[in-house]
Write a protein that binds this ligand. Structure first.
Ligand code: HSE
Length: 300
């Protein structure tokens, strides 16, 4: 008998200049049914694409990390996962699993951890806080590093804007996409991203598409990652040409995300698909809205 049902949204991080800081929650959901069992086990309903089902499953890792942070013992659980989040595309499938485990453990233990502690635990497991912040809080989030662990601030996303996603068939490991990044950044590039990230935030707060079309540029990660996602510039150019305010790599890629006014979103996603197909990349497009809700727990 299911004891808890946890739903966690997909997420798209970075959004151009906000490397490891910005993310939005998306309405592609991972759902986990949790019930007591003799030993931890995970069953995958549908396409699991190589998701581990043992102790190294990220839901289990997240749940155990939360119990440890709470100084509690969590009895073993059986988890059934149904996920609409494609794995290894830069859409936060790992963050969703970790956040799912963290919030499920917290609920089973009687809520010993507050939201900031949940964010800290999930970020420690994931290695960075951007995707987990959006998966936990929903909407548009800024994850801010702090000596006492990350803080996330949640901002409503303009209702009239749509998110156009281009999701390639081939996956790209985040580890590979982080390995190509240089450990050093020039002062000019740091200033460029600082100014663009601040402008992107102002554009979202004011629903200012004209400012967004300037703000959604990056020098910290996309130039290096373009080697791994060779269609990036063409797809971003096609999206902008079809009326998107801007476009960027989704997280570490290879998915690409564009922000567009609602009336142009179908045209933008078609242009992104066409640009990818012209370069021989198999990919499908989707138009979605930002999801306002983050992770949700329901007792069955
Ligand atoms: N901010 C992260 C990155 C997101 O770009 O590597 C991927 O998990």
């Amino acid at each position: 008998m299911t004891e808890l049902r946890v739903r966690v949204p997909a997420s798209s991080a970075n959004l151009g200049p906000g490397f490891d800081s910005f993310a939005i929650a998306l309405p592609l959901l991972a759902e986990y049914d949790v019930r007591p069992a003799r030993a931890w086990a995970v069953s995958i309903d549908g396409d699991g694409e190589g998701v581990p089902t043992g102790d190294d499953n990220l839901f289990v890792v997240g749940a155990r990390a939360a119990a440890k942070a709470a100084g509690a013992t969590l009895p073993p659980q059986h988890v059934t996962q149904r996920s609409a989040i494609p794995v290894g595309r830069g859409l936060g499938s790992s963050a969703a699993a970790i956040v799912g485990g963290v919030v499920a453990a917290n609920a089973l233990l009687g809520e010993p951890l507050d939201r900031r502690s949940l964010l800290r635990v999930a970020s420690e497991v994931e290695g960075h806080a951007d995707n987990v912040a959006a998966a936990l809080y929903g909407a548009f989030t800024v994850a801010v590093p702090d000596d006492a662990g990350p803080v996330a601030t949640r901002i409503a996303f303009p209702r009239a804007w749509r998110i156009c996603l281009l999701i390639p068939k081939e996956a790209l490991e985040t580890e590979t996409a982080r390995a190509v990044l240089s450990p050093n950044v020039s002062r000019a590039d740091a200033v460029f991203n600082l100014a663009h990230a601040a402008a992107l935030l102002a554009a979202v707060l004011r629903s200012d598409g004209a400012l967004l079309s300037i703000a959604m540029a990056d020098r910290l990660h996309q130039p290096a990652r373009a080697k791994l996602v060779p269609d990036l510039d063409d797809v971003v150019g096609a999206a902008r040409g079809a009326g998107a305010f801007g476009a960027a790599l989704s997280g570490a890629g290879p998915a690409i995300v564009a922000f567009a006014p609602a009336r142009l979103a179908a045209r933008v996603v078609a242009a992104m698909e066409e640009a990818a197909h012209d370069r021989g990349t198999s990919a499908r497009g989707r138009v979605v809205r930002v999801r306002a809700a983050g992770a949700q727990v329901r007792r069955a």
